[in-house]
Design a protein around this ligand. Structure first.
Ligand SMILES: [Fe+2]
Length: 535
């Protein structure tokens, strides 16, 4: 998207839309009117502590708006679940009103909208403010105020309208940021690139705690979370990191999760440790709820989950389908033991369930949604962004036996085939993936024919698998063109009309908070051609 200064016409459109927007957002809080009368947002906070310790964020952009986020948390690592942030005690049922402003300039001299947002008590005093009625295809700046405190100023964007001309798009791609394994220099360098959007592909937090090796910095509770309070503190600790906080202030995000937002290698309702289903359901819901409370997402948690798959369309240039590959997936094929879940190696002779077409990694509702989303796309480039590697890494023997790792798309071959068949009818499909702490470029193939490219982005900090293992995958599979596990970093995808260029960016040292940046490799895909060329 061009980051131009607003034209006079855009300014007038935006200003005109503002008045309606205020009326809508005000009426949304009508039910809280008595509470607001009691506690106006200009009341000082008890103890006068800064409530904006976790920063701000924007996300879920549309052509006329976005979601703005903050969370009031003067004491974000406090152990007391009942009074997260320690701002007010639980008897203030609704929450706290705070003021917000949206401006058309970074210094916020030209405020075109202001109003009141609610930090919900039941959601750890988080704010999810949907904003609409703005002009398309331009940046906005925003901040919150509470008593004497003001948040930092953040930047949000609106997108070009679907189908309208759009010249350029720059996407950041991130995955796997284990706080204990290193510093978030990769996030810092990504912020400096000023991408239009960042797609976060999972393992934004890690629930695990390192027991056997030294760590650079320790997860706050030094314990694996299983409760709402535990997950809240984990997210809060990550959001206290200045590199991550600055990224969220500067760049809108679209966020999906992988497994570590809940528990390693879980599948739908099934825990890796085979925690009793009712107990795991509670743990999963606590984790999903804490995710909601810390992310600029539109949908609220419902009784049994949180629907986060989403799509954005950038003019006629790109449609991004952001998938949820964890919540709705069928149970992993042929669990290793009756009471043990998680990823493991199976073969199709002893585990015919692996090939069962009734199994899905996305769930049937999401598969249908994705099919429609791809079929109706007005865009030249169609991005599928999701959590785990999609390319075939399994092995076949001469008897036709398939041996596969169950936790990635190899564990759901029929679902993968359904998606790839859809991609044969999709214009310029490109898949972005995360999870395995290494950079990959693969062809996605159907019956031996390449039909799309996949780029896997490496981890922000998490340790990579042995390079020898990746080399054996390259040796065994001609569709795996590049695989490198020894570097941490992120990816940047630049789309103009005729090409999509993916840069694999690496940091010098994950243990150095001032790590420098280099480019490991660059790949170009041309409009209408299948396959990426290293340049
Ligand atoms: Fe990971």
């Amino acid at each position: 998207m061009p980051r131009s200064t607003p034209s006079r016409r855009q300014f007038l459109v935006a200003t005109g839309a503002t008045l309606a927007g205020i009326a809508v957002s005000s009426s949304g809080f009508a039910n809280f009117a008595p509470y607001y009368a009691h506690r106006r947002s200009r009341d000082p906070l008890p103890g006068n502590a800064d409530p904006f310790t976790l920063g701000i964020a924007s996300g879920s952009p549309t052509s006329n708006g976005f979601v703005l986020w903050t969370r009031l948390a003067p004491d974000p690592l406090a152990q007391d679940d009942a009074t997260p942030g320690g701002i007010v005690s639980r008897h203030h049922a609704a929450g706290i009103a705070l003021d917000y402003e949206i401006a058309i300039d970074p210094a916020m001299r030209h405020v075109l909208r202001q109003g009141t947002a609610l930090a919900e008590a039941e959601h750890a005093y988080s704010v999810h403010l949907p904003v609409d009625g703005l002009a398309s295809d331009r940046p906005y700046w925003y901040r919150f105020h509470l008593g004497p405190h003001s948040s930092p100023i953040g930047r949000a964007v609106t997108l070009p309208r679907a189908g309208r001309p759009a010249a350029r798009l720059r996407l950041g791609l991130t995955s796997c940021a284990n706080y204990e394994r290193g510093y978030f220099s990769a996030y810092r360098h990504l912020t400096a690139e000023q991408p239009d959007l960042v797609l976060m592909l999972g393992d934004y937090i890690y629930e695990q705690v390192e027991r056997h090796r030294p760590v650079l910095r320790r997860h706050s509770d030094n314990a694996v979370p299983t409760t709402l309070g535990g997950y809240r503190r984990r997210y809060a600790q990550y959001r206290l990191d200045p590199d991550l906080q600055n990224l969220h202030a500067a760049v809108p995000t679209l966020v999906t999760w992988d497994d570590h937002e809940v528990e390693n290698d879980y599948a739908g309702d099934w825990s890796e440790r085979f925690t009793p289903p009712e107990q795991f359901a509670q743990q999963r819901q606590a984790a999903y709820r804490a995710f909601y409370e810390h992310m600029p997402v539109r949908n609220r948690p419902h009784a049994t989950g949180l629907d986060i798959y989403d799509s954005v369309t950038i003019g006629d240039l790109a449609r991004i389908s952001l998938l949820d590959g964890r919540q709705y997936r069928s149970r992993g094929a042929c669990y290793a033991a009756p009471n043990q879940g998680g990823g493991h190696q199976v073969d199709s002779l002893t585990c015919p369930e692996l090939l069962d077409p009734s199994r899905s990694i996305l769930g049937w509702d999401q598969e249908r949604w994705l099919g429609g989303n791809l079929a109706t796309s007005p865009a030249r480039w169609n991005i599928v962004a999701q959590n785990v590697i999609m390319a075939v890494l399994d092995s076949h023997d001469i008897e036709g036996k398939v041996t596969a790792w169950t936790d990635a798309w190899d564990g759901y071959p029929a679902a993968r085939r359904r998606l790839l068949e859809q991609l044969t009818r999709t214009r310029n499909p490109v898949v972005f993936s995360g999870d395995i702490h290494s950079f990959w470029n693969n062809d996605l193939t159907l019956d031996g024919r390449a039909i799309a490219s996949e780029f896997v982005t490496s981890s922000i900090t998490s340790d990579g698998p042995p390079q020898a293992h990746l080399q054996s995958m390259m040796d065994a599979h001609s569709h795996v063109h590049f695989a490198e596990s020894r570097q941490r970093g992120y990816s940047l995808a630049e789309i103009d009309g005729g090409t999509l260029t993916t840069h694999f960016r690496t940091i010098s040292n994950v243990t150095d908070p001032k790590a420098s940046l280099t480019t490991l490799r660059r790949f170009v895909i041309e409009d209408g051609r299948v396959g990426a060329v290293a340049v």
